[in-house]
Design a binder for this molecule. Structure first.
Ligand code: FAD
Length: 500
């Protein structure tokens, strides 16, 4: 049987998801006859939040051939080394979740186990003293790791804080240069074939846009995947009950921190994301424990600079579409699912889904073997991130509000329960190769939230403890010494990415 190849993609939605999809597909098909048309409605606009990212963003930029300095200049971006979590364990206590990895193995023993062994011998060096990202963040410094070859900072991993609207514009320009056609208009109806495939979308103006494959980037409502194909949504509010956010932008005050701050509040948490030209702030909360008015008040009383925008409330439901790929339609971004932005994972999920789609690329018939595998893996990604987010809540010791008391006895997903129990034996975690959050991330949160294993792996008793102690000490000192010679984050931004 001769299978028809896809000759035309239609992307509905021009938010971050739509333009990442357009840029990625535009780049792949720039030397071919394949057409890509993106439809977006200026009347509806974009959500315009989504300002903290994680390191894989840099891989996307690189794969598209986008120059980092140019991107930073045009998106007013700042660098991000991780997230500072305040008041999650108890009020007044904080911890850092860094990107990258912790320390190096010693005589073939896992670094975390070496640290546990040393701790059991009375060494009180904090775990984060062994993280270059954490040490740099604490000192408010930044540099590019490839400029520090031969030092312990060479492995430093970073991401960006960026202005989501400017990033969308940047990606739009990039995509249009590779031949993507943009059409402004409001999609009013969707036509399907007898076998349930989408054939075309019709705009308010009456213009009909047909295609072989459709990408739904229309935001929370899921215009194609849900309203047209009725794929269904799995609600995960039982594990992550926050369902609203209020956001406000403020002028910058003080230094631009090379990290996001996530502070636990009475009914959720607030974020602070510093950009070059302003700061993004938001309060993610659960409406069962907090009204919109209270949330606005909490947010406004926690911000530093003058507000530049009116507070905006955004409702959401945590969960994932039953099928992110159904028939000839792929949902990306908010149309695919939503996990609160505690670990800044949404933009990453867009690009990871796209990469997976490209690996499982269909013909116009859309073999269900491909979409089934895609859907299985996307669900796995969402579950992994969901469990990691739940970890931040369920390990709290706070009991000062009904929200935090609920978190202390919340239901746990089975896989998370098993992971917690495994960790508690002797700190063991076996990373899945496809998992986004590798052991360093779990260790950071476990340690920050005071979850300790009963012991360490017994093989550590065979190690030369004197050597282990020296190795930990010299590793820590080398990080401290190298970090202290780096410029402040603001100095670095000024010289590396001067204003355009
Ligand atoms: P949107 O930005 O909503 O875009 C939808 C597009 O569809 C628009 O262009 C709109 O015009 C178009 N559209 C809709 N209906 C029609 C129609 N009928 N006809 C034509 N066009 C239509 N992610 C992170 O990675 N980091 C973060 O720190 C982060 N923080 C967040 C904070 C909050 C409170 C929320 C809600 C989300 C956050 N996210 C974050 C997620 C991130 O904002 C989104 O994943 C990202 O912006 C992608 O959005 P989108 O493109 O899917 O949707």
């Amino acid at each position: 049987m001769i299978q028809e190849s896809i000759k035309k993609f239609v992307i509905v939605g021009g938010g971050t998801a739509g333009w990442i999809a357009a840029a990625t597909l535009g780049n792949i098909f720039r030397h071919s006859e394949v057409e890509i048309e993106l439809v977006e409605s200026d009347d509806i606009g974009v959500i315009g939040v989504g300002e903290a990212t994680i390191p894989p963003l840099l891989t996307i930029l690189e794969s598209l051939g986008i120059d980092l300095v140019d991107f930073i200049k045009h998106t007013q971006a700042s660098f991000k080394l991780g997230i500072q979590f305040d008041d999650w364990h108890t009020i007044g206590q904080g911890y850092f979740h860094p990107f990258g990895t912790l320390g190096r193995s010693i005589d073939g023993h896992d670094f975390f186990q070496c640290w546990l062994k040393s701790k059991s011998e009375g060494d009180d060096t904090p775990l984060m003293a062994h993280s270059p990202e954490s040490v740099l963040a604490e000192q408010g410094r930044f540099f590019l790791p490839f400029e520090a070859q031969g030092t312990p900072l060479a492995s430093t991993t970073f991401a960006l804080h960026l202005d989501a609207v400017l990033a969308g514009k940047y990606l739009r320009k990039f995509a249009e240069k590779s031949g993507v056609k943009r059409t402004e208009g409001l999609v009013e109806s969707v036509s399907k074939s007898d076998k349930g495939f989408i054939e075309s979308v019709t705009l308010k103006s009456g213009v009909e846009i047909a295609g072989d494959f459709f990408i739904d980037c229309s935001g929370f409502k899921g215009l194609l995947i849900e309203e047209a194909l009725e794929t269904g949504y799995e609600d995960w509010s039982e594990f992550l009950p926050c369902n609203r956010a209020v956001t406000v932008q403020t002028e910058n005050m003080g230094d631009t921190t090379p990290y996001t701050i996530a502070t636990a509040r009475a009914a959720g948490w607030t974020w602070r994301i510093p950009l070059q030209h302003r700061t993004g702030n938001g309060y993610v909360f659960c409406d069962k424990y907090c009204s919109d008015e209270e949330a606005v008040e909490t947010l406004l009383s926690s911000i530093e600079g003058e507000p530049l925008t009116e507070p905006r409330v955004i409702p959401f439901t945590t969960g994932v579409r039953h099928k992110a790929w159904s028939q000839n339609c792929l949902a990306l971004g908010l149309a695919q699912g939503f996990l609160e932005p505690l670990e800044s994972t949404a933009i990453h999920l867009v690009s990871k889904s796209l990469a997976l789609f490209v690996r499982l690329f269909p013909t116009a018939e859309c073999d269900t073997q491909l979409s089934d595998e895609f859907n299985r893996r996307v669900r796995q990604d969402y579950e992994e991130i969901r469990d990691f987010l739940v970890l931040h809540y369920c390990t709290t010791q706070r009991d000062d509000t009904p929200f935090w008391r609920w978190c202390q006895q919340m239901p746990l997903p089975e896989k998370l329960k098993a992971k917690l129990e495994l960790f508690k034996v002797h700190g063991g975690l076996i990373p899945g190769t496809e998992e986004l959050f590798q052991p360093t991330s779990w260790y950071a949160v476990f340690d920050g939230m005071g979850v300790e294993p009963i012991g360490y792996n017994p093989t550590l008793d065979a190690i030369d403890y004197h050597k282990l102690k020296q190795s930990l000490h010299s590793g820590k000192t080398a990080i401290q010494t190298s970090a202290a010679t780096q410029p402040s984050h603001d100095e670095f931004l000024r010289t590396y990415c001067p204003a355009p």
